[in-house]
Design a protein around this ligand. Structure first.
Ligand SMILES: CC(C)(COP(=O)(O)OP(=O)(O)OC[C@H]1O[C@@H](n2cnc3c(N)ncnc32)[C@H](O)[C@@H]1OP(=O)(O)O)[C@@H](O)C(=O)NCCC(=O)NCCS
Length: 140
């Protein structure tokens, strides 16, 4: 995996487990970090939040974003999304988008507070319960 130590990988898995009911196992997380680019926020030499993204042809896609449970609502999530917006600007993309489970009220509020709007939805998108996904998008 791209420049990630075993200790850091453990921190990422822990954050993911406390962030999602359907969290990634080692293999899935490793594959995700191989395919996507990432952003970390560190505090006291530990990863406290991560974001996986991809610069696509026309937009930047936020694949996954999570902040350690004890450190939420302190601006870490916002800071990472702002970095993605800067990356989108530099790569001349006009939009950033993300998916969220429709049941993730806090996640949707988070994205909406950062100028994302619900643009569409995809039924039966999420495992394991065939939950609908919102597609949230914001201009850059
Ligand atoms: C969603 C998540 C990434 C937000 O990260 P965070 O660092 O806690 O968020 P921030 O502190 O940067 O919040 C930015 C704004 O989002 C909104 N927001 C954040 N958490 C919120 C919550 N629990 N309820 C309502 N609004 C919230 C607020 O408007 C906040 O601004 P404010 O603090 O000035 O009011 C974090 O809660 C998390 O990891 N959740 C679990 C995983 C997840 O749901 N990921 C997103 C879906 S893929």
């Amino acid at each position: 995996m791209k420049n990630i130590s075993p200790a850091e990988f453990k921190q990422i898995l822990k954050i993911d487990k406390e962030s999602f009911d359907y969290y990634y196992d080692r293999a899935k997380m490793s594959a995700a970090f191989d395919y996507y680019d990432h952003i970390f926020v560190r505090s006291k030499n530990k990863i406290v939040s991560f974001l996986l993204y991809k610069v696509e042809k026309e937009k930047v896609f936020i694949r996954r974003i999570a902040v350690a449970a004890a450190l939420r609502q302190k601006g870490y999530g916002k800071k990472m999304v702002e970095k993605i917006v800067t990356i989108a600007q530099k790569s001349k993309k006009k939009k950033v988008y993300a998916f969220s489970r429709v049941s993730n009220i806090k996640g949707v509020k988070f994205f909406k507070s950062l100028n994302f709007e619900i643009k569409n939805k995809i039924e039966k998108y999420y495992l394991p319960n065939d939950e609908t996904a919102y597609i949230l998008e914001r201009p850059v």
